[in-house]
Design a protein around this ligand. Sequence first.
Ligand code: M6R
Length: 602
Amino acid sequence: MCGIACYVGPRDAAPIVLDGLRRLEYRGYDSAGIVTFDGAAHALKRAGKLAVLRDAAERHPLPGARALGHTRWATHGPPTDGNAHPHATEDGRLALVHNGIVENHAALRAELEAAGHTFVSDTDSETVVHLIEQLDDGDLHAAVRAATDRLNGAWALVVAHAERPEIVVARRTSPLVIGLGDGEQFVASDVAALLPHTRRVVYLRDGETAVLREDGVTVYDEAGAPTDLREEAIPWEADAAEKNGWPHYMLKEIFEQPTVVRSVLQDALTPDGGVDLGLRVDLADVDRVVVVAAGTAAYAGRLGAAWIERFARIPAHVEIASEFRYRDPVVGPRTLVVAVSQSGETIDTLEAVREAGRAGAHRAAFVNVRGSSIAREVEDVSPLCAGPEIGVASTKAYLAMATRFLLLALQMGRARGVLDDDAVASWTADLRALPARLEEALARRDAVREAVAAFDGARSVLYLGRGTNVASAYEGALKLKEISYLHAEAYPTGEMKHGPIALIDATVPVVALAPDGPLHAKTLSNLAEVRARDGRILALASDGDEAIAAHADRVLWTPRVPDALSPLVLAVPMQLLAYETAVRLGRDVDQPRNLAKSVTVE
Ligand code: M6R
C-alpha cells in the first residue's frame, strides 16, 4: 500500500527521499509525490510510476534539507497528479503525507469548506491538512495533535511547514518508523527506506506523535507527554533489500530459501534434537489452535493446522483474518491463536488478533518484521527469520512460516506427550537435511522453464493436491494468478469428480501435486480420471516414482523427502512455475498490477 519516506537534516533532502520511495516501490502504488522545504515549499506530484516523478524532478529544482515523500495506492479518488500526495494548504506552505483512511472525511470536508477552505483533490487525506491549518496557532505539534483528535480511521501522518524547522508525525494503526541518524533524522512507513542510512529505529505506537529535528527526536505518548525513545536495532544488513544482480527480487528470494530454512532451524532447534520456539504459552495446556492470516500466510497456516492435528492431536484450523473478526468466533483461554504475517501490518490480521484478545485467547505471532504492529499486539512472538521480502509474491516468508509451523507442531506434540524425544529428534534430523533438498530443487530451474510452455494459450490452470498438499495447491494457484494474471484454481484432487472435472479439456492444464506418500495411489486414480477426459497433466512427483509417467504429459521431479516435508519441497517448483510463466508473458514480476505488498486497509 502507500509508502512514506521523509528526511530532516543538513543534506540535500530530495535525492534521499526519492531513493527512499524507490525502496518502497514494492509496497504497490499508482502515483507519487514529494515536497521539499528551504524556507519556501517546492512540490512535485505525478500519476504513474516513480520514474515519472524522478524524470520531472530532473527538470524542477527541489531545494531544501527537509522533504516529505509519498507513494499512493488509490482509495479515495483515482490515481491522478492532483490526488497524489503531498497535500498542501492553498499557499502550499503547510503540507502532509498520509497513509490510512480518514473515515469521517466527508463531514470534516463539509465543515472546512463552510469555513472557507478550498479543496483541490478527491482524497480523504486533503481534509487533514486543512484541519491542521485551521487549528494551527504557531505550534505545529499541538495543531497535529488537535487535528488527530477529530479524526476517525487510520493514519500515519507526516506534516511539515515551510517556515518551521521540524517534521511532525502521528500514528494510529498505519505503521510509521523513525530512523535515528547522526545530526539527521528519517521517518518512513517501513524500514526498507531507512536501511542505507541507519539501523537505529523507533517504531511509533498507536496514538503517539513525534517531533523530528535535525538534532534529535522527541516522542510523545497518547496523552501528549514526552516518552522514552525505545530505540531498537534493525537486524538486517543494508544490502539485504537490494537485488544484488538478480533480475527480480522474487527470483532472489526463491533462491534464498535454503538459507532462510537454516536460519529458522538455528533459531528453533535445541542441541539435543528438540524444538523450542521460545513461546511463553504452556503448550501442554492448549486445547485448540486457530490460525488467523491472509493470502499466502493463510495457506502456510493450513499446512500448520494439518501438522498440528497430525503431531499434537488437538483440533487446529485456519481462519481468513478478514472474516474471523466479524463472526463472533468461539475462542477461549485455552485456545492458542497464531497470527501469521510477513509484514506484521496486514490490517485484517491485526484486527483478528485484537478480536482474539478480547475473546480471551492466548495470542502468538509468526512475523517477519520485528517491531511491527502484530508483533507488538500479541503475548508471544516467534520471528520468521526470513530477512526482508521485497517481491510482492511471498516466497521465502511462506517457507519460513511453514517450517515454523512444522516445528510448532513437533514442539506441541512433545509437550502433550504424543511424540517422544526420539520421534522429535528423528523429524528434526529430517528438517536439518531440508536446506540441501531445497538446493537440489532449485538446481532444476531449467526443467521448470521448459515446462511452462504447457500454459501457453491456457484458459485457466487447475492445481490439485491431496492431504497436506491441498494447501500447497492453493498456494501454487495463488502464486500463478498474482504474477502471471492467468486464472488458476486449486482443488483437493479427490474433489475433482464432484464438479470441477467439467472444466477439463485441452485448454485447462492441470498441475498435479503427486509426491510420494500414503495418498499417492489415490492421486494416481484421480489423475487417470483427468486423462480420460483429454486433460493435460503436469505432475510434480518424487524422484524415482515409476508409476507417475503413465499418468502425466510431463513430470517435474522433486527431491524425495519424508511425506510430512513434501509441501516444503514442492513449494520451490510451484514458485518457479509462477515466476517463469510471468516472465514468459512479460509481466511485472515484482510489482504485479493492483497488488500491494502490505495491505494496511480493510
Ligand atoms: O504480510 P502478510 O503476510 O500478512 O500478507 C498477507 C497477504 O497479503 C500476502 O500473503 C499476499 O497474499 C501475497 N501477495 C501472496 O504472495
